[in-house]
Write a protein that binds this ligand. Structure first.
Ligand code: HEC
Length: 426
Protein backbone atom coordinates (compact mmCIF):
# COMPACT_ATOMS: atom_id res chain seq x y z
CA UNK A 1 0.00 0.00 0.00
CA UNK A 2 1.16 3.50 -0.80
CA UNK A 3 2.41 5.79 1.93
CA UNK A 4 0.69 9.08 2.29
CA UNK A 5 3.11 11.67 3.52
CA UNK A 6 0.23 13.89 4.54
CA UNK A 7 -0.14 11.58 7.47
CA UNK A 8 2.92 13.15 8.97
CA UNK A 9 0.56 16.01 9.71
CA UNK A 10 -2.24 13.69 10.60
CA UNK A 11 -2.98 10.77 12.84
CA UNK A 12 -2.29 11.74 16.39
CA UNK A 13 0.57 14.02 15.52
CA UNK A 14 -0.52 17.52 14.69
CA UNK A 15 -3.93 19.09 14.42
CA UNK A 16 -4.74 21.28 11.49
CA UNK A 17 -7.45 23.87 11.78
CA UNK A 18 -10.10 23.08 9.25
CA UNK A 19 -11.78 25.99 7.51
CA UNK A 20 -15.20 25.25 8.94
CA UNK A 21 -16.82 28.59 8.32
CA UNK A 22 -16.91 28.14 4.54
CA UNK A 23 -19.78 25.72 4.27
CA UNK A 24 -22.00 27.61 6.68
CA UNK A 25 -21.34 31.09 5.42
CA UNK A 26 -22.12 30.00 1.89
CA UNK A 27 -25.51 28.93 3.28
CA UNK A 28 -25.25 25.54 1.66
CA UNK A 29 -25.94 22.26 3.33
CA UNK A 30 -23.11 20.63 5.24
CA UNK A 31 -22.02 17.48 3.43
CA UNK A 32 -19.56 14.69 4.09
CA UNK A 33 -16.92 16.62 2.14
CA UNK A 34 -16.96 19.26 4.91
CA UNK A 35 -16.51 16.87 7.80
CA UNK A 36 -14.19 14.29 6.26
CA UNK A 37 -11.07 16.39 6.99
CA UNK A 38 -12.08 16.55 10.68
CA UNK A 39 -12.47 12.79 10.87
CA UNK A 40 -9.17 12.36 9.06
CA UNK A 41 -7.25 14.50 11.56
CA UNK A 42 -8.96 13.39 14.74
CA UNK A 43 -10.54 9.98 14.38
CA UNK A 44 -9.12 7.75 11.66
CA UNK A 45 -5.83 6.82 13.35
CA UNK A 46 -7.92 4.70 15.77
CA UNK A 47 -11.04 4.09 13.68
CA UNK A 48 -9.53 1.90 10.98
CA UNK A 49 -9.04 -1.83 10.53
CA UNK A 50 -6.67 -3.46 13.00
CA UNK A 51 -6.74 -0.57 15.48
CA UNK A 52 -8.33 -0.22 18.91
CA UNK A 53 -11.67 1.36 17.95
CA UNK A 54 -14.62 -0.98 17.39
CA UNK A 55 -15.47 0.29 13.89
CA UNK A 56 -13.72 1.78 10.89
CA UNK A 57 -14.62 5.37 9.90
CA UNK A 58 -12.52 5.78 6.76
CA UNK A 59 -15.23 6.30 4.13
CA UNK A 60 -18.67 7.84 3.82
CA UNK A 61 -20.18 4.35 3.61
CA UNK A 62 -18.53 3.43 6.90
CA UNK A 63 -19.38 6.66 8.71
CA UNK A 64 -23.00 6.98 7.57
CA UNK A 65 -24.51 4.20 9.75
CA UNK A 66 -22.72 5.71 12.79
CA UNK A 67 -23.80 9.30 12.16
CA UNK A 68 -26.17 9.53 15.17
CA UNK A 69 -23.65 7.94 17.45
CA UNK A 70 -20.86 10.23 16.15
CA UNK A 71 -23.08 13.24 16.87
CA UNK A 72 -23.72 12.02 20.40
CA UNK A 73 -20.08 11.23 21.21
CA UNK A 74 -18.59 14.45 19.85
CA UNK A 75 -21.31 16.56 21.46
CA UNK A 76 -20.62 15.21 24.92
CA UNK A 77 -16.89 15.28 24.15
CA UNK A 78 -16.28 11.62 24.88
CA UNK A 79 -14.85 11.31 21.35
CA UNK A 80 -12.14 11.96 20.46
CA UNK A 81 -10.67 11.02 23.85
CA UNK A 82 -8.79 14.06 25.20
CA UNK A 83 -8.91 15.23 28.81
CA UNK A 84 -6.46 18.10 29.26
CA UNK A 85 -7.75 21.45 30.48
CA UNK A 86 -6.94 23.74 27.52
CA UNK A 87 -5.95 26.66 29.79
CA UNK A 88 -2.39 25.58 30.52
CA UNK A 89 -0.27 24.20 27.67
CA UNK A 90 -0.50 23.51 23.98
CA UNK A 91 0.02 19.90 22.96
CA UNK A 92 1.31 18.70 19.62
CA UNK A 93 -0.93 15.62 19.72
CA UNK A 94 -4.10 17.49 20.75
CA UNK A 95 -6.97 15.74 18.97
CA UNK A 96 -9.79 17.61 20.67
CA UNK A 97 -12.34 19.30 18.43
CA UNK A 98 -13.04 23.02 18.43
CA UNK A 99 -16.57 24.27 19.16
CA UNK A 100 -16.98 25.05 15.45
CA UNK A 101 -15.90 21.57 14.41
CA UNK A 102 -18.37 19.98 16.84
CA UNK A 103 -21.15 22.23 15.55
CA UNK A 104 -20.33 21.35 11.96
CA UNK A 105 -20.65 17.64 12.71
CA UNK A 106 -23.96 18.22 14.52
CA UNK A 107 -25.25 20.29 11.57
CA UNK A 108 -24.18 17.56 9.17
CA UNK A 109 -26.05 14.86 11.06
CA UNK A 110 -29.12 17.03 11.66
CA UNK A 111 -29.18 17.82 7.94
CA UNK A 112 -29.46 14.11 7.11
CA UNK A 113 -25.74 13.17 7.04
CA UNK A 114 -25.64 13.77 3.30
CA UNK A 115 -22.87 12.60 1.06
CA UNK A 116 -23.04 15.64 -1.23
CA UNK A 117 -21.16 15.63 -4.50
CA UNK A 118 -18.72 12.68 -4.50
CA UNK A 119 -16.26 14.79 -6.51
CA UNK A 120 -15.89 17.14 -3.53
CA UNK A 121 -14.86 14.38 -1.13
CA UNK A 122 -11.11 14.08 -0.68
CA UNK A 123 -9.86 10.53 -1.20
CA UNK A 124 -9.80 8.54 2.05
CA UNK A 125 -6.32 8.43 3.55
CA UNK A 126 -4.33 5.30 2.86
CA UNK A 127 -2.75 3.80 5.90
CA UNK A 128 -0.03 1.21 5.93
CA UNK A 129 -1.58 -1.46 8.11
CA UNK A 130 0.45 -2.39 11.11
CA UNK A 131 2.79 0.11 12.72
CA UNK A 132 1.28 3.56 13.36
CA UNK A 133 4.79 4.99 13.17
CA UNK A 134 5.40 3.68 9.66
CA UNK A 135 2.63 6.06 8.59
CA UNK A 136 4.23 8.93 10.42
CA UNK A 137 7.94 8.35 9.79
CA UNK A 138 7.51 6.91 6.32
CA UNK A 139 9.67 3.86 7.01
CA UNK A 140 9.38 0.43 8.60
CA UNK A 141 11.12 -0.21 11.94
CA UNK A 142 14.84 -0.99 11.80
CA UNK A 143 14.36 -4.00 13.99
CA UNK A 144 11.38 -5.88 15.45
CA UNK A 145 11.67 -7.93 18.63
CA UNK A 146 9.04 -10.48 19.66
CA UNK A 147 8.05 -12.19 22.87
CA UNK A 148 10.00 -15.44 22.91
CA UNK A 149 6.89 -17.57 23.35
CA UNK A 150 3.29 -17.06 22.47
CA UNK A 151 1.08 -16.61 25.52
CA UNK A 152 -2.46 -18.04 25.66
CA UNK A 153 -4.70 -15.68 27.61
CA UNK A 154 -7.51 -17.64 29.29
CA UNK A 155 -11.03 -16.74 28.16
CA UNK A 156 -12.32 -15.96 31.62
CA UNK A 157 -11.08 -14.94 35.03
CA UNK A 158 -9.24 -11.95 36.39
CA UNK A 159 -6.99 -9.60 34.51
CA UNK A 160 -3.37 -10.75 34.39
CA UNK A 161 -0.25 -8.69 34.99
CA UNK A 162 2.75 -10.57 33.61
CA UNK A 163 6.23 -9.70 32.57
CA UNK A 164 8.15 -11.17 29.63
CA UNK A 165 11.85 -10.79 28.94
CA UNK A 166 13.12 -10.27 25.42
CA UNK A 167 16.92 -10.38 25.08
CA UNK A 168 17.87 -7.89 22.36
CA UNK A 169 20.98 -9.73 21.13
CA UNK A 170 22.32 -6.28 20.21
CA UNK A 171 26.05 -6.41 19.51
CA UNK A 172 26.48 -2.65 19.92
CA UNK A 173 24.71 0.42 21.32
CA UNK A 174 21.74 1.90 19.49
CA UNK A 175 19.93 5.22 19.77
CA UNK A 176 16.14 4.97 19.44
CA UNK A 177 14.12 7.90 18.09
CA UNK A 178 10.77 6.10 18.11
CA UNK A 179 9.25 2.86 19.33
CA UNK A 180 5.93 1.13 19.24
CA UNK A 181 4.58 -2.01 20.89
CA UNK A 182 1.81 -4.05 19.31
CA UNK A 183 -0.02 -7.19 20.33
CA UNK A 184 -3.40 -8.87 20.08
CA UNK A 185 -5.76 -5.92 20.63
CA UNK A 186 -8.54 -8.21 21.87
CA UNK A 187 -6.65 -9.14 25.02
CA UNK A 188 -3.80 -6.67 25.48
CA UNK A 189 -5.11 -3.88 27.70
CA UNK A 190 -1.68 -2.35 27.94
CA UNK A 191 2.01 -3.06 27.63
CA UNK A 192 4.81 -1.01 29.13
CA UNK A 193 8.19 -1.89 27.67
CA UNK A 194 11.28 -1.06 29.69
CA UNK A 195 14.98 -1.61 29.07
CA UNK A 196 17.28 -3.48 31.41
CA UNK A 197 20.91 -2.75 30.77
CA UNK A 198 23.62 -5.39 30.26
CA UNK A 199 24.46 -5.34 34.00
CA UNK A 200 20.85 -5.79 35.01
CA UNK A 201 20.60 -2.08 35.72
CA UNK A 202 17.47 -0.10 35.00
CA UNK A 203 18.25 3.53 34.56
CA UNK A 204 15.97 6.50 34.47
CA UNK A 205 15.58 6.29 30.75
CA UNK A 206 14.42 2.70 31.25
CA UNK A 207 10.84 3.11 30.03
CA UNK A 208 11.10 2.68 26.31
CA UNK A 209 7.60 2.49 25.01
CA UNK A 210 4.09 1.83 26.09
CA UNK A 211 0.80 1.05 24.46
CA UNK A 212 -2.13 1.99 26.62
CA UNK A 213 -5.62 2.91 25.48
CA UNK A 214 -5.36 6.26 23.73
CA UNK A 215 -1.60 6.18 23.34
CA UNK A 216 -0.23 4.43 20.33
CA UNK A 217 3.54 4.93 20.22
CA UNK A 218 6.50 6.91 21.57
CA UNK A 219 8.17 9.40 19.30
CA UNK A 220 11.24 11.19 20.69
CA UNK A 221 13.11 12.19 17.56
CA UNK A 222 14.46 13.38 15.34
CA UNK A 223 16.12 15.80 17.76
CA UNK A 224 16.22 13.39 20.73
CA UNK A 225 16.88 9.68 21.25
CA UNK A 226 17.03 7.01 23.94
CA UNK A 227 20.03 4.77 24.35
CA UNK A 228 19.83 0.98 24.33
CA UNK A 229 23.16 -0.53 25.22
CA UNK A 230 24.57 -3.70 23.67
CA UNK A 231 23.37 -6.78 25.52
CA UNK A 232 20.29 -5.10 26.99
CA UNK A 233 17.04 -6.92 27.67
CA UNK A 234 13.63 -5.49 26.91
CA UNK A 235 10.97 -6.29 29.49
CA UNK A 236 7.31 -6.23 28.50
CA UNK A 237 4.95 -5.48 31.37
CA UNK A 238 1.75 -6.95 29.96
CA UNK A 239 -1.71 -6.35 31.30
CA UNK A 240 -4.07 -8.90 29.75
CA UNK A 241 -7.83 -8.72 29.85
CA UNK A 242 -9.72 -11.99 29.12
CA UNK A 243 -11.88 -11.81 25.99
CA UNK A 244 -14.43 -14.61 26.54
CA UNK A 245 -12.41 -17.25 24.72
CA UNK A 246 -8.76 -18.22 24.76
CA UNK A 247 -6.73 -15.73 22.70
CA UNK A 248 -3.07 -15.99 21.85
CA UNK A 249 -0.72 -13.06 22.08
CA UNK A 250 2.83 -12.62 20.95
CA UNK A 251 3.46 -8.93 21.45
CA UNK A 252 6.32 -7.25 19.65
CA UNK A 253 8.21 -3.99 19.69
CA UNK A 254 9.35 -2.04 16.65
CA UNK A 255 12.37 0.23 17.03
CA UNK A 256 13.34 3.10 14.77
CA UNK A 257 16.96 4.19 15.18
CA UNK A 258 18.48 7.63 14.77
CA UNK A 259 19.94 8.14 11.31
CA UNK A 260 21.23 11.67 11.73
CA UNK A 261 23.00 13.54 14.48
CA UNK A 262 20.69 14.61 17.30
CA UNK A 263 20.95 17.07 20.11
CA UNK A 264 19.30 15.53 23.15
CA UNK A 265 19.19 12.36 25.17
CA UNK A 266 15.67 11.35 26.25
CA UNK A 267 14.81 10.36 29.81
CA UNK A 268 11.61 9.25 31.49
CA UNK A 269 10.69 9.41 35.12
CA UNK A 270 7.69 9.25 37.40
CA UNK A 271 6.33 10.90 40.50
CA UNK A 272 4.52 8.26 42.53
CA UNK A 273 2.82 7.95 45.91
CA UNK A 274 3.09 4.24 46.79
CA UNK A 275 2.07 4.96 50.39
CA UNK A 276 -1.40 6.11 49.50
CA UNK A 277 -4.24 4.86 51.73
CA UNK A 278 -7.66 5.95 50.64
CA UNK A 279 -10.28 5.60 53.41
CA UNK A 280 -13.60 3.93 52.53
CA UNK A 281 -16.13 6.35 51.06
CA UNK A 282 -13.74 9.32 50.85
CA UNK A 283 -14.75 11.72 48.11
CA UNK A 284 -11.54 13.68 47.38
CA UNK A 285 -8.47 11.98 48.82
CA UNK A 286 -5.35 14.04 48.17
CA UNK A 287 -2.17 12.36 47.02
CA UNK A 288 0.97 14.20 45.96
CA UNK A 289 4.64 13.73 45.21
CA UNK A 290 7.57 15.57 43.71
CA UNK A 291 10.70 15.12 41.63
CA UNK A 292 13.73 17.38 41.62
CA UNK A 293 15.69 17.88 38.42
CA UNK A 294 19.37 17.58 39.27
CA UNK A 295 20.47 18.88 35.86
CA UNK A 296 19.10 21.35 33.32
CA UNK A 297 16.34 19.59 31.38
CA UNK A 298 13.44 20.17 29.01
CA UNK A 299 10.11 18.54 29.84
CA UNK A 300 8.50 17.12 26.69
CA UNK A 301 5.48 15.01 27.73
CA UNK A 302 3.31 13.90 30.65
CA UNK A 303 1.18 10.81 31.17
CA UNK A 304 -1.07 10.57 34.23
CA UNK A 305 -1.79 7.07 35.47
CA UNK A 306 -4.38 6.14 38.10
CA UNK A 307 -7.10 3.49 38.27
CA UNK A 308 -10.90 3.59 38.70
CA UNK A 309 -10.88 5.99 41.63
CA UNK A 310 -8.52 8.49 39.99
CA UNK A 311 -10.38 11.79 39.72
CA UNK A 312 -7.97 14.52 38.64
CA UNK A 313 -4.24 15.17 38.30
CA UNK A 314 -2.12 18.29 38.04
CA UNK A 315 1.54 18.70 37.01
CA UNK A 316 3.21 21.86 38.24
CA UNK A 317 6.81 23.04 37.96
CA UNK A 318 8.33 25.15 40.73
CA UNK A 319 11.43 26.90 39.40
CA UNK A 320 14.45 27.61 41.63
CA UNK A 321 13.42 31.30 41.81
CA UNK A 322 10.04 30.29 43.25
CA UNK A 323 8.05 30.91 40.06
CA UNK A 324 5.35 28.29 39.42
CA UNK A 325 3.83 27.02 36.20
CA UNK A 326 1.08 24.46 35.74
CA UNK A 327 1.93 22.33 32.71
CA UNK A 328 -1.04 19.97 32.69
CA UNK A 329 -4.34 19.66 34.47
CA UNK A 330 -6.66 16.75 33.80
CA UNK A 331 -9.85 17.69 35.64
CA UNK A 332 -11.82 14.55 34.86
CA UNK A 333 -9.43 11.66 34.64
CA UNK A 334 -10.80 8.61 32.85
CA UNK A 335 -9.05 5.27 33.46
CA UNK A 336 -10.18 4.07 30.03
CA UNK A 337 -7.86 6.58 28.36
CA UNK A 338 -4.23 6.99 29.30
CA UNK A 339 -3.18 9.74 27.02
CA UNK A 340 0.40 10.93 26.73
CA UNK A 341 0.23 14.72 26.58
CA UNK A 342 3.10 15.84 24.35
CA UNK A 343 4.03 19.49 24.78
CA UNK A 344 4.13 21.53 21.60
CA UNK A 345 7.01 23.54 23.07
CA UNK A 346 9.19 21.63 25.55
CA UNK A 347 9.53 23.50 28.86
CA UNK A 348 13.06 24.31 30.04
CA UNK A 349 13.66 23.61 33.74
CA UNK A 350 17.03 24.56 35.24
CA UNK A 351 18.69 22.23 37.75
CA UNK A 352 16.94 22.49 41.12
CA UNK A 353 13.45 22.85 39.62
CA UNK A 354 10.75 20.61 41.05
CA UNK A 355 7.95 18.78 39.33
CA UNK A 356 5.02 18.56 41.75
CA UNK A 357 2.23 16.14 40.89
CA UNK A 358 -1.05 16.37 42.78
CA UNK A 359 -3.99 14.01 42.37
CA UNK A 360 -7.36 13.30 43.97
CA UNK A 361 -9.12 9.98 44.31
CA UNK A 362 -12.84 9.44 44.66
CA UNK A 363 -13.65 6.39 46.76
CA UNK A 364 -17.27 7.44 47.33
CA UNK A 365 -20.32 5.51 46.10
CA UNK A 366 -21.12 8.39 43.71
CA UNK A 367 -18.09 7.49 41.56
CA UNK A 368 -19.74 5.25 38.94
CA UNK A 369 -16.47 3.40 38.27
CA UNK A 370 -15.77 2.64 41.94
CA UNK A 371 -15.46 -1.16 42.29
CA UNK A 372 -16.05 -1.00 46.07
CA UNK A 373 -16.52 2.17 48.17
CA UNK A 374 -16.50 0.16 51.42
CA UNK A 375 -12.82 -0.75 51.41
CA UNK A 376 -9.64 1.09 52.26
CA UNK A 377 -7.65 1.27 49.04
CA UNK A 378 -3.90 0.82 48.82
CA UNK A 379 -1.25 0.74 46.13
CA UNK A 380 -1.34 -2.21 43.71
CA UNK A 381 -1.22 -3.05 40.03
CA UNK A 382 -4.67 -4.71 40.13
CA UNK A 383 -7.24 -2.22 38.79
CA UNK A 384 -9.20 -2.54 42.04
CA UNK A 385 -6.18 -1.22 43.91
CA UNK A 386 -4.83 2.22 43.10
CA UNK A 387 -1.78 3.86 41.64
CA UNK A 388 -0.78 7.47 41.68
CA UNK A 389 1.80 7.84 38.96
CA UNK A 390 2.64 11.02 37.14
CA UNK A 391 4.88 9.85 34.31
CA UNK A 392 6.85 12.37 32.33
CA UNK A 393 9.52 12.52 29.65
CA UNK A 394 12.35 15.02 29.53
CA UNK A 395 15.45 15.55 27.46
CA UNK A 396 18.93 16.83 28.16
CA UNK A 397 21.54 18.20 25.81
CA UNK A 398 23.89 15.34 24.93
CA UNK A 399 27.20 15.70 26.70
CA UNK A 400 29.19 13.86 24.09
CA UNK A 401 27.99 14.34 20.56
CA UNK A 402 27.20 11.17 18.66
CA UNK A 403 29.13 10.77 15.42
CA UNK A 404 26.59 10.25 12.59
CA UNK A 405 28.99 7.67 11.11
CA UNK A 406 28.26 5.48 14.14
CA UNK A 407 24.55 5.57 13.34
CA UNK A 408 24.81 3.94 9.92
CA UNK A 409 23.31 0.44 9.88
CA UNK A 410 25.24 -2.16 7.95
CA UNK A 411 23.35 -4.50 5.62
CA UNK A 412 22.41 -7.66 7.50
CA UNK A 413 23.22 -6.13 10.88
CA UNK A 414 20.16 -7.77 12.41
CA UNK A 415 20.24 -11.03 10.47
CA UNK A 416 20.96 -12.92 13.70
CA UNK A 417 17.60 -11.77 15.07
CA UNK A 418 15.12 -14.10 13.43
CA UNK A 419 11.38 -13.37 13.46
CA UNK A 420 9.44 -16.25 15.03
CA UNK A 421 7.78 -18.82 12.82
CA UNK A 422 4.29 -17.73 11.81
CA UNK A 423 4.81 -14.02 12.50
CA UNK A 424 3.98 -11.35 9.92
CA UNK A 425 7.66 -10.55 9.50
CA UNK A 426 8.76 -14.13 8.88
C1 HEC B 1 -7.34 7.24 20.48
C2 HEC B 1 -8.21 6.44 19.68
C3 HEC B 1 -9.53 7.03 19.21
C4 HEC B 1 -9.74 8.24 18.59
C5 HEC B 1 -8.70 9.28 18.19
C6 HEC B 1 -11.16 8.31 18.34
N1 HEC B 1 -11.79 7.19 18.81
FE1 HEC B 1 -13.79 6.83 18.78
N2 HEC B 1 -13.50 5.13 19.86
C7 HEC B 1 -12.28 4.60 20.19
C8 HEC B 1 -12.50 3.39 20.96
C9 HEC B 1 -11.42 2.47 21.52
C10 HEC B 1 -13.88 3.23 21.11
C11 HEC B 1 -14.61 2.13 21.85
C12 HEC B 1 -14.58 2.34 23.33
C13 HEC B 1 -15.48 3.39 23.78
O1 HEC B 1 -16.62 3.46 23.32
O2 HEC B 1 -15.07 4.17 24.68
C14 HEC B 1 -14.47 4.35 20.38
C15 HEC B 1 -15.85 4.55 20.27
C16 HEC B 1 -16.43 5.49 19.44
C17 HEC B 1 -17.85 5.61 19.19
C18 HEC B 1 -18.94 4.77 19.85
C19 HEC B 1 -19.08 3.46 19.20
C20 HEC B 1 -20.19 2.66 19.83
O3 HEC B 1 -20.02 1.48 20.00
O4 HEC B 1 -21.22 3.28 20.17
C21 HEC B 1 -18.03 6.62 18.29
C22 HEC B 1 -19.32 7.11 17.67
C23 HEC B 1 -16.72 7.16 17.99
N3 HEC B 1 -15.78 6.45 18.70
C24 HEC B 1 -16.48 8.21 17.15
C25 HEC B 1 -15.25 8.85 17.07
C26 HEC B 1 -15.06 10.08 16.34
C27 HEC B 1 -16.12 10.80 15.54
C28 HEC B 1 -13.75 10.44 16.53
C29 HEC B 1 -13.05 11.66 16.05
C30 HEC B 1 -13.75 12.92 16.14
C31 HEC B 1 -13.13 9.40 17.34
N4 HEC B 1 -14.06 8.47 17.64
C32 HEC B 1 -11.79 9.39 17.72
C33 HEC B 1 -11.04 5.12 19.89
C34 HEC B 1 -10.83 6.37 19.34
Amino acid sequence: MKLIRALILCGLAIVITVPVAQAQSAGKKVTYADIQPILKENCMACHRPGEIAPMSLLTYEEVRPWARSVRKEVRRKSMPPWHADPNYSEFRNDISLSKEQIQLIIDWVDGGAQRGNPADIPPPPEFVEGWQLTNILGREPDVILHMQEEYAVPGTGEDLNLSFEIPTDFKRDYWVIASEVRGNPRVVHHNTATVRGPEGDRDRTGRLSSAVPGKLYDLFGPEAAKLIKAGSTIVFGMHYHPYGKVEKDRSKIGLWFARDAFEYRMHSSVVADPKLRIPPGQRAYLSAGEYTFDEDSEITAMKPHMHYRGNDMEYKVVFPDGREQILLYVPEYDFNWQTNYELKNPVFVPAGSKMIVTAHFDNSPTNPWNPDPEVEVRWGSDSRDEMMEGWFDFRRVLKEKVDPKDLVLKPGEFDHIKPPVGSDEE
